[in-house]
Design a protein around this ligand. Structure first.
Ligand code: NAP
Length: 336
């Protein structure tokens, strides 16, 4: 069994959550972590048992013990750091969204191709067994065509988000904050994956917070066959965080669609069985980040440059849709 040395860029909140699960992967070794400040890298390295801690991202990228780089910084740094890692001949797992806009995302995947290195968006939702089984069921055609998709992802409390959390990247325009890029990306990615195509028409409305980023955004997609998707994201109102997929013959409810342990299929016709798709993963303290890490290492074992579960094209298409929604609501970031 081949093992791979992992290097982490940005030891912040998501990096801590990822490191709860990465050590559960037999093929992963903890090679190095880098912060912009060595005093933040050292305690992170000590807590999880990394071999090295660096006080700059560029030092980690030169470390030959690092095979895979996990980009865990805020959104605006994703594309640039991922490209630096690819040019240093590392495989890359990059947090969502892969970039701030489609232009950056296109440059990023072109860089992966030019350097013949593996790249994958850390859209962890795609790798959960429940979601993969739901997708397989839709693709089988057994439920008929997908006619309507509802997805929501909201957290936070109305209306004080930025007031209560003035330091948070979530509300900061210079860190491409707001609900759309932070959690709306899950809704757009999920609907696009489950429907298997991008919409042909898009409408959107937003409510901004005092910092100018979108606090709450509602999006309508219409597909070429007339099917629709209704998507809602929020960083000022907690919501159910669930997906419902209506098909001609049945309805699928996926509670906590972004990391589900079950989905409920309810028939609306005699020729489809009701069923509950179950795939628990959290017993023993796992939180589900191991699925994406295992998929990445499986792809490297197989000599692939991209995962069939989260392709380069799909990441770029989602960024394209986010750009279209931003045009609809007039949301521009300083780094656009
Ligand atoms: N998959 C998921 O479930 C999930 C959940 C949460 C977040 N995310 C994604 O993960 C990314 C990071 O989110 P987070 O909540 O972990 O962010 P965070 O804690 O605010 O920042 C992560 C780290 O990025 C580094 N960094 C580099 N440039 C920075 C800058 N200009 N400003 C602030 N920090 C900077 C910092 O580490 P050093 O300064 O020490 O290097 C910081 O600790 C986001 O893009 C988000 O979309 C994914």
């Amino acid at each position: 069994m081949k093992t791979y040395g992992w290097g982490i860029l940005g030891p912040g909140r998501i990096a801590h959550r990822f490191l709860n699960d990465l050590p559960r992967c037999e093929q992963a070794s903890l090679a190095a972590v880098a912060s912009r400040d060595l005093d933040r890298a050292r305690p992170f390295a000590g807590q999880y048992g990394f071999q090295k801690a660096y006080g700059s991202y560029s030092e980690l990228l030169q470390d030959p013990a690092v095979d895979i780089v996990y980009v865990a910084t805020p959104h605006p740094q994703h594309a640039e750091l991922a490209q630096q890692a690819l040019e240093a001949k590392k495989a890359v797992l990059c947090e969502k969204p892969v970039a701030v806009n489609a232009r950056q995302a296109c440059q990023l995947v072109a860089c992966a191709a030019a350097n013949q290195q593996f790249f994958m968006e850390a859209m962890w939702t795609r790798f959960f067994p429940v979601n993969r089984q739901v997708k397989a069921l839709l693709d089988s055609g057994a439920l008929g065509a997908v006619t309507l998709i509802e997805v929501d992802f909201g957290f936070g409390s109305w209306p004080r988000g930025p007031v209560d959390h003035p330091e948070s990247r979530i509300y900061a325009p210079q860190l491409a904050g707001g609900s759309l890029l932070d959690v709306g990306v899950y809704c757009v990615s999920y609907a696009t994956w489950m429907k298997g195509e991008s919409p042909t028409a898009i409408k959107a409305l937003t409510t901004r917070v005092s910092t100018g980023v979108d606090g709450m955004t509602a999006v309508l997609f219409q597909y070429r066959d007339g099917a629709m998707a209704v998507l809602r994201s929020s960083v000022i109102q907690a919501t159910r965080v669930a997906a419902t997929i209506y098909c001609e013959k049945a309805t699928i409810d996926v509670p906590e669609f972004y990391h589900p342990e079950q989905a409920v299929v309810r028939s609306r016709s005699g020729d489809v069985e009701d069923q509950v798709i179950r795939a628990p993963y959290s017993a023993g303290g796992a939180t589900g980040f191991d699925f994406e890490a295992r998929e990445l290492m499986r792809c490297l074992d197989d000599g692939l440059l991209e995962s069939p579960l989260m392709t380069w094209r799909q990441s770029v298409d989602v960024m394209d849709l986010l750009d279209s929604i931003r045009r609809e609501i007039g949301l521009v970031f300083p780094m656009d």
